[in-house]
Structure formats: C-alpha cells, structure tokens
Design a protein around this ligand. Structure first.
Ligand SMILES: C[S@@+](CC[C@H](N)C(=O)[O-])C[C@H]1O[C@@H](n2cnc3c(N)ncnc32)[C@H](O)[C@@H]1O
Length: 204
C-alpha cells in the first residue's frame, strides 16, 4: 500500500510554521528544532553536495588564511586541504551538526555551538561564510549580522552571503544589500541563487 500523499496546502502550512519558529522562537527552541532535524537526517543531503562554490571562495580569498563559517552545519561538504588554510572556525546552533563537524578531525579547526545572532566574533578573518543561513533570521538581525561581520574582516577580506532561492528569500537578500558594507562582487552561480560578497566597512 502506498502512503497517502501530504496535501500540498498542508505541507506549505507546516513549512511556513517551521520557518516562523526558526526565525522568531527563543534560541533554546530554535536550537532544539535544528538539532532534531539534523538527528532525523533532514540535512544529510548537504553532506554530499557537489556545489563547488564554497571551496572556490576559500581558494580565492582564504588561501593560507583564516575562515569563519557561521551556520556551518556538519561542514562535510567543504573540501579543505590540510595546510592550505591557517584556521577554519565553524559555528552552528545545532550541537549535533557541530559534533559531526568535530568528528571529521580536521586540522587547524575550531568549533562553537552558538546562535550567530548573538555570537561575539573575535579576531579577524579573510573569509566569513554565511552559506544558506541568514534567511533563517529576522530581516533586521540578518542585516545586522552581515554588517557586524564586516568589522572582523582583514583588509581585502570578504563576507560571502550565499542565498540559493532569491524568489523565496529575496527580501533577505535585499536587507543584506542594505547592511552598510560595500558590495565588492555579486554573481549567480546557480539558477535562482545569488552570492553577495561584501568588503570591510569604508571606515573602521
Ligand atoms: C541550510 S543549513 C546550511 C548549512 C551549511 N551552511 C551549508 O551550506 O552546508 C542552515 C544551517 O544554519 C544553522 N543555523 C540556523 N540558524 C542559526 C543561528 N541562529 N545560529 C547558528 N546557526 C544557525 C542550522 O543549524 C544549519 O546548520
């Protein structure tokens, strides 16, 4: 017997409700929700992603340098060459995702379980990755985070905001554009997606 199909409307309502919780619920609830999704394998498909963009950005901007990856997930989809970077620092709200990242035993790496909205960034980085994460934040918090990242860039460093679906998350992309940092480049690397590269603030 085949399982009954979930009616599209019902599914849409559920997805909207989950997205609302991910944006607006207290950090403890969001943490539990993300963690349960990782435990259930909801995000396993990211581990085998063939998307080369993050690795291309790392080679271009952080060759031998320092990388901060906010909302990093399990990080299995990053192919970092040992010795090719000075530090890889991953931060995610899900303890399960961070446990899996740590288990990779990557050299020269550090990990934190934290909410990126309130995470205090210390030190300077050549590349700060915000891969598929800021649209899970309220618009203002997303823009504030991107702007705050700018203060932790080295001269010549970039914050890379990657959004896979601009139709769905166009307002987040627009909010990021208005964050106050200069956009040094932007490109479409897949249909419907956008990558925005921000440089350090004009004055520090
Ligand atoms: C779609 S996944 C992307 C994972 C990874 N960046 C990638 O592209 O493979 C979104 C990630 O953002 C994390 N996340 C969502 N909201 C967060 C927050 N407020 N603080 C830290 N991490 C968060 C989730 O736990 C999840 O790992």
């Amino acid at each position: 017997m085949t399982a009954p199909q979930t009616p599209p409307l019902r599914r849409r309502i559920v997805l909207t409700a989950v997205r609302t919780v991910k944006r607006w619920a207290p950090a403890t609830v969001r943490r539990r929700l993300w963690d349960s999704e990782y435990a259930a394998g909801r995000w396993d498909f990211l581990d085998t992603s063939q998307d080369d963009l993050p690795n291309t950005l790392i080679t271009k901007f952080a060759d031998g340098g320092r990388i901060l990856d906010l909302g990093c997930g399990t990080t299995q989809n990053l192919h970092l060459e040992a010795g090719g970077y000075a530090l890889y620092h991953g931060v995610d709200i899900s303890p399960d995702a961070i446990a899996r990242a740590r288990a990779l035993g990557r050299p020269d790496s550090a990990y934190d379980v934290a909410d990126v909205v309130s995470y205090p960034i210390t030190g300077r980085y050549d590349l700060i990755l915000l891969r598929e994460v800021i649209y899970y934040l309220p618009l203002r918090a997303a823009a504030r985070l991107v702007r705050r990242c700018g203060d932790s860039l080295t001269d010549g460093g970039v914050v890379a905001v990657i959004i896979w679906n601009t139709e769905m998350y166009g307002r987040t992309a627009a909010a990021a554009r208005r964050c106050g940092l200069p956009i040094v480049d932007e490109f479409v690397h897949a249909p419907g997606a956008v990558t925005l590269l921000f440089g350090p603030p004009a004055t520090r």
